[in-house]
Write a protein that binds this ligand. Structure first.
Ligand SMILES: Cc1ncc(COP(=O)(O)O)c(C=O)c1O
Length: 379
């Protein structure tokens, strides 16, 4: 018997399966067209089922941030990059214990992290590929100069159990409208060339140059030297991504289905999605509020409590009634996914499938993963 959207208990995250399929297709086609490897970041969906779809669309491997993600994704992928500093005994132990037949890469920005990483490689009787992470302007992590990149690449090559994997950067500072990224991309091109030249001159050419995010994804081919992109958000997209033109409003595949629970206060309606369903992420583009309605984008979530979202009706002719269902496009979809155990997949108004957000949280993945496609094991 078919279940319809109208029968779901709210608030609940709902993915339009047709839109998601188009998002996956579009990014895969972009990467193929420009000869870029696609290594999607799984932090957006945290689901092996969606990861398997990305691999089916030609991804060369996956990017993870947490060890939980890496453990869960090793069920479907044998080539995993943990784009996060490999620091701390617990993290290293879990790295060492990833399945033997998974090629594990990490991103480092400090030679002081290498001795323990090398020990973890020994403990796990394996090799780690280590990328030198460079700061290209986001100022979060990453070595600050080509000289430091060369020194780190050399230290990696000199460490037992470690192999220099290439250069990695995250262009998180390039979040302008896609049409206004020309200047920052030119700066990135100049900076990246300095890093790549220095590595080449030192006899340590970068085998892989991994960059890319969703906001800058569509123009990464304009940066010579980049060989790989790691977008994450593109699978679902969100209000911020649409606001900067990195997707269309109709490409937003994940919405939070919510119910209007009060219209008592003039000029507003209240829905049952507050911070515990939407997060409190600001829009990282022009605009206010914490989300907007898919079918009435002029209506934003202007205020929230934990279980209440206040819809500002001042710019809309829409007259909500008690019990009406709305679909909210969140400002930052990755945070929303992380707040729920399960995602509902719909086609039109019909619920077609559901899947767990299996890589949520931090703990080791001891529980069995959802049944789904598994990668073939090496024998
Ligand atoms: C290191 C790294 N690579 C790739 C991504 C994916 O970026 P986006 O979600 O903008 O696609 C992120 C996002 O946080 C990241 O931190």
């Amino acid at each position: 018997m078919t279940t319809f959207l109208e029968q779901l208990e709210t608030p609940v995250p709902v993915v339009d399966l047709d839109r998601m399929a188009l998002n996956l297709d579009r990014m895969a086609a972009y990467a193929t067209l420009h000869g870029l490897q696609l290594r999607p970041h799984v932090k957006t969906h945290k689901s092996p089922r969606i990861a398997a779809e990305q691999l089916r669309h030609g991804a060369v491997g996956l990017t993870c941030a947490t060890l939980r993600e890496a453990e869960v994704m090793s069920e479907v992928c044998d080539d995993i990059l943990i784009a996060y500093p490999p620091v701390g005994a617990a993290r290293l132990e879990r790295l060492a214990c990833l399945p033997d037949d998974v090629q594990v890469s990490v991103a480092a920005d400090d030679a002081n992290a290498l001795p323990a990483l090398s020990l973890a490689a020994k403990l796990g009787r394996r090799e780690f590929r280590v990328f030198v992470e460079a700061d290209m302007g986001m100022h979060r992590v990453g070595v600050a100069s080509p000289e430091k990149a060369v020194a780190l690449a050399r230290a990696i090559s000199d460490s037992s159990g470690l192999v220099f994997g290439g250069l990695l950067f995250y262009p998180g500072h390039i979040r302008q409208d896609v049409t206004q990224q020309t200047a920052p991309l030119a700066g990135l091109t100049t900076d990246l060339a300095r890093y790549l030249d220095a590595l080449r001159d030192a006899g340590l050419p970068a085998p892989v140059v991994s960059g890319g995010s969703t906001p800058a994804a569509w123009r990464m081919h304009e940066v010579p030297g980049v060989t790989q992109v790691r977008p994450g958000t593109y699978v679902y997209n969100d209000r911020t991504t649409a606001a900067i033109g990195a997707c269309h409003w109709d490409d937003c595949a994940l919405t939070v289905l919510a119910t209007v629970v009060s219209v008592a206060v003039k000029g507003q309606a209240v829905v049952d999605a507050g911070t515990k369903a939407l997060g409190r992420e600001p829009i990282r583009a022009d605009g206010d509020g914490f989300g907007a309605l898919l079918d009435h984008p002029e209506v934003i979530v202007s205020r929230m409590s934990e279980e209440h979202g206040i819809l500002d009706l001042s710019k809309s002719d829409w007259k909500p009634r008690l019990g009406d269902l709305v679909r909210i496009v969140p400002n930052h979809v990755c945070i929303v996914v992380h707040l729920f155990d399960e995602i509902i997949g719909v086609r039109g108004h019909a619920v077609e499938t559901r899947w767990p957000v299996a890589a949520r949280g931090r703990g080791p993945s001891t529980d069995s993963i959802e049944s789904g496609p598994s990668r073939p094991r090496a024998v």
